[in-house]
Structure formats: structure tokens, C-alpha cells
Design a protein around this ligand. Structure first.
Ligand SMILES: [Zn+2]
Length: 250
């Protein structure tokens, strides 16, 4: 029988899906803090893929993409494991800002990996995340966007090794802009890439801002018989994703 895979405060067997957290200590009020994580462990053994979103709190495209992707996962059909971390920087995401507004000394989480166990709050989160990931990760995709300050083309920053290049290529033909980064980037992708595993950072433009805060994203399939509507609310209090279908009855 396979050993449980332990990440944060959860242990997951083949074929299971579990939600939990990666503990990061206490806040100034003494409350426990944790990075939310969901582990989809396939029935069959295989590589472990981490999906990390909202390293920067003003980039809801990452959580949105991870929610959509993981809705399609069926552990019974899966070979390997997907570790979903839709919101890495919880304080920043709750505020809708690039960094945690309560931590101005280590504001940019994507520059300080692998963090420090006794550092500023953001450094401690990075450290806890890295400790949970570093020995249980074969592939890593961190999803970014332009945030409040810019609109990015679809681009990938790849760690400079064959596993990362292969992962970047596997993202598909739309991703034509691939930067080969060095090993010292201070971000999860660079850190994963150091021992030769696949690590990339993907920028997905600024679609969420384009959608608006609560604006409709509509598509119509068929001769006006079925209308499928999705709403994304990406305001300063996180993401709400609603989805429903309407049959016109004609
Ligand atoms: Zn970012």
C-alpha cells in the first residue's frame, strides 16, 4: 500500500482529495495562520505538480485559473498528484494589493524565496511554503498577471533546465514568449528549478481586470437554446465565481 503524502496539516492517500493548510505561525493577535491547500492525489503514482496562485495579491487570474483547472480533476483518472495553492499570499489577496499591507519590509513575495523562518511575515510565509514544497514537487507552475500596474503579454519565465523547458513547451502554442531565467530569482519557479525539476512562472495578462469587478463573461452555445454565464467578482475581498446555465425552452 502506498504511503500517505503529507503536505501541511493533511495526509493524502492515492485516489483522495483533501483540503487543509500549510501552517505559517501566528499573527499579531495570536491567531493561527495557514496557506490554504487542496491535494488531488491520483489513483496511480506519478509526478507531483504544484499550482501556485496569488503570490501577488492583486493578481486574481491565478486563483481563478486554479479553481477552473481543478474542477476538472478526477483522482480516479489521474496519474500523479496536483497540489493546488490558489492563494499563497493570503494577507495581500484579502487586501487586493501586490504585497501584504501589514508587511512593508518584505512586500514582494516573489523576490525573497526561500524566505526565512525568523524573518518578516511575508518571508515566513515563503519559508513555510518552500519547506512544504521542496521535497514533494516535480513540477511547479506559478500563475501571475499584470496586477494593478501593467498588462502582460502571455509569457513564461522558465528556470534554465530541460525539465522546465519541457514544462514551458507543454503549456501550448499560445505561449510563444518564453524567457529563460537564472537560478537566483528568489521566486518559487527558480527555486524548484535549481535541482533540475521543472519550474515556470506564467503571466496571463490582465484578463480579470478586463472582465471587471463583477462583470459578466458570457458565451452562447447552440441556437440560443442554452446560455452559459459565468461571473467573476475580483474585488478587494477575493474571488467569487458563479456559473450557471439557462435553457431558453425553444
Ligand atoms: Zn505577480
Amino acid at each position: 500500500m502506498s504511503e500517505p503524502l503529507t503536505i501541511g496539516n493533511i495526509s493524502v492517500l492515492p485516489g483522495e482529495v483533501k483540503r487543509g493548510g500549510i501552517p505559517v505561525g501566528r499573527d499579531i493577535c495570536g491567531n493561527e495562520r495557514a496557506i490554504p491547500v487542496t491535494v488531488f492525489r491520483g489513483a496511480r503514482d506519478g509526478p507531483i505538480l504544484w499550482l501556485n496562485g496569488a503570490t501577488h495579491g492583486d493578481e486574481p487570474e491565478g486563483p481563478f485559473s486554479i479553481f477552473l483547472a481543478t474542477q476538472q480533476l478526477d483522482p480516479a483518472e489521474l496519474r500523479g498528484t496536483v497540489v493546488a495553492v490558489p492563494v499563497l499570499n493570503v494577507g495581500a489577496f484579502a487586501a487586493g494589493t501586490r504585497g501584504d499591507p501589514l508587511d512593508t519590509f518584505s512586500y514582494d513575495m516573489n523576490r525573497l524565496y526561500p524566505g526565512r523562518p525568523d524573518g518578516y511575515p511575508t518571508e515566513r510565509i515563503a519559508f513555510a511554503h518552500w519547506q512544504a514544497m521542496k521535497d514533494r514537487c516535480d513540477l511547479q507552475i506559478a500563475i501571475h498577471s499584470g496586477g494593478e500596474h501593467s498588462y502582460l503579454a502571455h509569457m513564461i519565465f522558465s528556470a534554465d533546465n530541460p525539465a522546465s523547458w519541457e514544462l514551458a513547451a507543454a503549456m501550448g502554442p499560445r505561449w510563444t514568449l518564453v524567457f529563460r531565467g537564472g537560478a537566483g530569482g528568489g521566486n518559487p519557479g527558480s527555486m524548484v528549478g535549481r535541482p533540475g525539476e521543472g519550474g515556470v512562472t506564467g503571466g496571463v495578462g490582465g484578463e480579470c481586470r478586463g472582465l471587471g469587478r463583477g462583470g459578466p463573461w458570457c458565451s452562447v452555445a447552440g441556437p440560443a437554446a442554452v446560455t452559459r454565464v459565468r461571473w467573476l467578482a475580483a474585488s478587494v475581498r477575493g474571488v467569487s465565481l458563479w456559473s450557471w446555465a439557462v435553457t431558453a425552452g425553444c
